[in-house]
Design a binder for this molecule. Structure first.
Ligand SMILES: [Zn+2]
Ligand SMILES: [Zn+2]
Length: 93
């Protein structure tokens, strides 16, 4: 899978250079709870392509453990009030 490309950010929808965000961050992959609930392949592949500013906002907002447990789909990320607010703001800037 290509981890970097130009395209539409899945959060702010702008055309920019994108990077791959692991919805279950790598630091969780060795953790027992995650291993029990997801297989390795899924943890490696489940992700979204986002621009650099959206990406850093995600990581600023929640720790990797919290992201992996509670925000491991695009829909769940967008249910977070802070992230939603940021995305709406970013779409217009
Ligand atoms: Zn973005
Ligand atoms: Zn990330």
């Amino acid at each position: 899978m290509k981890k970097e490309k130009e395209g539409e950010c899945e959060l702010c929808k702008k055309n920019l250079r994108l990077t791959f965000h692991h919805l279950i961050p790598k630091s969780n992959h060795k953790n027992k709870w995650f291993r029990k609930n997801y297989d390795m392949m899924e943890m490696r592949e489940r992700g979204i392509m986002v621009c650099r500013s959206c990406h850093s906002f995600i990581h600023k907002t929640h720790s990797e453990k919290v992201l992996g447990r509670h925000f491991n789909t695009l829909e769940k990320l967008l249910e977070d009030e802070r992230i939603l607010k940021y995305v709406r703001w970013a779409q217009n800037h």
